[in-house]
Write a new protein. Structure first.
Length: 446
């Protein structure tokens, strides 16, 4: 019986797996430039962590969590995002007391949301993110936005759309909440059942409703920017001015509220449309938070973070050919000719690997046609062919699979010859490497 994959999940292999590796490598390198350190938190957490942080009014908590009772009757949830787990870890490990502030972490790993699967939307997906906790300065917010912007540039994006808004401080939000309640109260009968509930729990959420008539209503709702306290307004203006000074383009979107309850002040999303018009939604998003750490039992420390969706980055990068660096080449394919040569090929492959070559070896008796087909499949640059004659003469045939030239070589000269060939290749490549960024990892000719 064939067993189907769980709806909304996907297997990642070959090109896609290499693409994910590449994306994560670049994102880690950028997080490292900004002096963030890695944190790994569990995939399962107590459900309460998310109800308290992501929030009771969010769609994530209301509808999308994978929650179950474990064998000890505890309510456990597969994490829908990683920010909450990082906060829990900071609190439980008392990192706020033992470490100098800010506490700067980056993370990568799977998240789970029971959403309706569609392009760029999975039930299991991967995020890469950073969180900086313990600095109130708006420059800390700017640093995280710039990290996100740099990360996308290092990944090869030429134009991204940064959308921002401010949710202000607590006082701004309370005033705004009142204004929204007054406005929506007159329309409550026309609203969808979800929005009727949102009206009571958190009217801000109505602004995010996808139901067309509610969306229409939201367009004429009061605007957050008119309810910001003077200090919240000044903070937001400092951020926009600095973005201007650094030439980082952005758009202020009054309707941006973000789907998680923990934000205050600046919130932001990075969007991208491929050359052919494909848009998978936000490729990365985040914001500032003031009470998140205290909400999960820690001290009152502010923080800011961003998370990218790896699947979404991969989808648009693939579409616009930004993943060309991930093509993998096998340095050498070792081909035994005849049963007897297999053992020799096996041991030769081990020697080559010990000398840092990426090697594929055939361990069965195959025809020339099959062997060359495989060499092509693994994108090999050189073939080493060993048959009875070569064994008898302590030789090997070395064949350049691009030029098709081949020579017989005494085994004793093999390593020095390979060294010469591959070092020349590397110089040749790096001589004209046109990758702007320092983490260019290509070893061979493109
Ligand atoms: P989020 O906007 O819910 O924010 O998710 C961040 C990113 O994860 C999105 O921009 C998107 O690229 C990706 N993503 C979300 N849901 C899916 C899905 N169902 N399938 C594929 N990709 C998805 C957060 O999770 C916050 N924790 C971000 C943050 C960090 N805020 C402060 N610090």
């Amino acid at each position: 019986m064939e067993i189907n994959i769980v709806k909304g999940t996907h297997d990642v292999f070959d090109d896609e797996a290499r693409g994910f590796d590449y994306i994560e490598m670049v994102l880690k390198a950028v997080a490292d430039l900004y002096s963030f350190n890695q944190i790994r938190t569990p995939i399962i957490e107590h459900t309460e962590l998310f109800t308290r942080s992501v929030g009771e009014s969010s769609d994530i908590v209301r509808k999308e969590m994978y929650t179950f009772l474990d064998k000890g009757d505890r309510s456990i949830t597969l994490r829908p995002e990683l920010t909450a787990g990082v906060m829990r870890s900071i609190v439980l490990n008392k990192l706020y007391a033992t470490k100098d502030l800010p506490i700067k972490n980056y993370y990568v790993g799977p998240c789970f949301r029971y959403e309706r699967p569609q392009a760029g939307r999975y039930r299991q997906f991967n995020q890469f993110g950073v969180e900086s906790v313990g600095v109130t300065s708006p420059f800390q917010d700017l640093e995280v936005i710039m990290l996100g912007y740099d990360a996308l540039r290092y990944l090869g994006f030429k134009k991204v759309n940064l959308v921002i808004n401010s949710l202000g401080d607590k006082e701004s939000r309370e005033n705004y909440r009142e204004a929204l309640k007054n406005y929506f109260a007159a329309h409550i009968d026309e609203m969808c059942s979800d929005c009727k509930e949102r009206f009571n729990i958190n009217p801000l959420r109505i602004l995010d409703c996808k139901v067309p008539s509610d969306h229409e209503l939201a367009l004429n709702a009061p605007k957050m920017r008119d309810y910001l306290t003077p200090s919240a307004k000044a903070r937001f203006e400092l951020i926009t001015k600095t973005l201007d000074d650094y030439g980082i383009p952005y758009e202020i979107d009054d309707s941006l509220v973000r789907g998680l309850d923990y934000y205050s002040h600046i919130i932001f999303e990075f969007h991208y449309q491929t050359e052919s018009g494909v848009d998978v939604g936000a490729i990365g998003a985040g914001g500032h938070y003031d009470s998140l750490l205290s909400e999960v039992g820690g001290p009152e420390l502010s923080g800011v973070g961003i998370a990218f969706g790896i699947e979404r980055l991969y989808a648009v990068m693939k579409e616009d050919n930004l993943l060309k660096d991930t093509e993998v080449k096998t340095d050498i394919y070792v081909m035994p000719i005849g049963e007897k040569a297999i053992e020799h090929a096996f041991s030769l492959a081990q020697v080559l690997r010990a000398n840092a070559y990426r090697v594929e070896v055939c361990l069965e008796n195959k025809s020339f046609k099959q062997l060359f087909k495989r060499a092509e499949h693994v994108n090999a640059q050189l073939a080493l062919i060993i048959g009875d004659n070569e064994i008898a003469n302590n030789e090997v045939v070395i064949k350049d699979l691009h030029t098709q030239k081949q020579v017989n070589l005494p085994l004793d000269n093999l390593l020095s010859t390979l060294d010469m060939m591959f070092n020349t290749e590397e110089e040749k490549h790096h001589g004209h490497c046109d990758h702007e960024h320092h983490e260019c990892s290509c070893h061979h000719e493109e």
